[in-house]
Design a protein around this ligand. Structure first.
Ligand SMILES: NC(=O)c1ccc[n+]([C@@H]2O[C@H](COP(=O)([O-])OP(=O)(O)OC[C@H]3O[C@@H](n4cnc5c(N)ncnc54)[C@H](OP(=O)(O)O)[C@@H]3O)[C@@H](O)[C@H]2O)c1
Length: 350
């Protein structure tokens, strides 16, 4: 039997299309697994990495964060996985810069504490939607102490509990607004917060109310409503719960303006953002930016993801939009991402 060979969709320089070419078969280090990818996803960041090379540490690069597939090899000290296991995992080229850690390849290295067994009932194309969004959600909710997201930009530190497998989890008496509840990161944060006993009020498009509710949001406010601020404030007051603050999964100039108005009316709180938050926030606002490669998610990967997928407590949402098959389809998938998606995650099968 001939040994399998590896190929990748390489990013050779900023602003150029991906090029499919050979790449050495990765060798897993201690604590790492090699995944034979069956499906990968496209994240908004990938388009910026391609356009301007942001975060690229080494050229040529293999980018991409989300993989689902079968374990091909395990490194030393790996006890949770064996060859042939079906997994979903978070590839971290973003922080290591190593080509073997990028998802746009047939075989990718994934840290074993950023992976989980995918139940047989869940397709690889569904399982691939989870990793980056899951780690972003846990980073947004459960960090206890601010760290560095980017130079000079701290992470948020909401210090909230991890999600529980108990379907009757005790409510913790706190309410969080998720701005952008239909986005991949917003819908996952809604799911994870709900599973931690947090009351979530989401802001999303009317066409995505059902999605946000299926993620656990108790109330959803129309993002297009001119009274979005007043409605959010009223929903928080009506909950009679302690206001945590806002997770802004969009983090644009208009959403920041709404966030600050809501926070002002509710006496301050956390503003956890996905991009650098406004520089000047009032003293009663604790603002930070998540960085979704963070060890805070390890216990969730280890103890929550697989049983929660089995029980349906964790759902692979938003739904995958499979746009092609093979490494040669990834460039077209990136073009689709540039046009934007509504409550969907772009997936390529390999
Ligand atoms: N810092 C980090 O570590 C990190 C990690 C992951 C992602 N991110 C960033 O987080 C952002 C979201 O990523 P994603 O993958 O979750 O995005 P996504 O799923 O592609 O976002 C698309 C969704 O956002 C909704 N949306 C857009 N503008 C909105 C607004 N003003 N109010 C409410 N909803 C709005 C859209 O709703 P409609 O359907 O109504 O159009 C759509 O459903 C991106 O900027 C990404 O780069 C940062």
């Amino acid at each position: 039997m001939t040994a399998p060979t590896n190929k990748a969709a390489w990013l050779v320089k900023a602003g150029s299309p991906l090029e499919v070419a050979d790449v050495p078969m990765p060798i897993p280090g201690p604590g790492e697994i090699v995944v034979k990818n069956a499906a990968i996803t496209i994240n908004p960041l990938d388009t910026h990495m391609q356009d301007v090379g942001v975060f690229v540490q080494q050229w040529p690069a293999i980018i991409g964060c989300d993989v689902a597939g079968e374990v091909y090899k395990v490194g030393a000290d790996v006890t949770r996985f064996k060859k042939g296991d079906r997994v979903t995992g978070h590839a971290i080229n973003l922080t290591t810069g190593r080509p073997q850690d990028g998802a746009y390849a047939l075989y990718t290295v994934v840290p074993s504490d950023k992976a989980a067994i995918l139940p047989d009932s869940i397709a690889f194309t569904d399982g691939a939607v989870l990793p980056l969004a899951l780690e972003a959600a846990v980073c947004a909710l459960s960090l206890k102490v601010p760290g560095d997201a980017l130079p000079g930009v701290a992470t948020p530190a909401l210090g909230l509990p991890y999600p529980s497998l108990d379907e009757h989890v005790k409510p913790i008496g706190k309410v969080l607004i998720v701005y952008g509840g239909s986005s991949a990161v917003g819908s996952m944060t809604t799911q994870i917060a709900t599973a931690a006993g947090i009351h979530v009020i989401s802001i999303a498009g009317k066409h995505n109310f059902a999605l946000s509710k299926s993620c656990g949001a108790v109330a959803v406010i129309d993002r297009a409503d001119p009274d979005v601020v007043a409605q959010a404030v009223e929903a928080v007051r009506q909950s009679n719960l302690e206001f945590i603050g806002i997770f802004d999964a969009i983090s644009s100039t208009p959403t920041y303006a709404h966030d600050l108005e809501i926070l002002e009316k509710l006496g301050g709180g956390h503003l956890a953002a996905v991009h650098p938050p406004p520089a000047d926030v009032p003293e009663n606002v604790k603002a930070g930016m998540i960085f979704a490669v963070n060890d805070v998610a390890a216990p969730v990967w280890r103890d929550f993801v697989t049983p929660a997928l089995e029980s349906g407590r964790l759902q692979c949402l938003p739904r995958p939009m499979v746009v092609g098959k093979g490494l040669g389809s990834i460039q077209g998938a990136l073009e689709k991402m540039r046009k934007g998606v509504s409550a969907a995650k772009i997936v390529v099968e390999l």
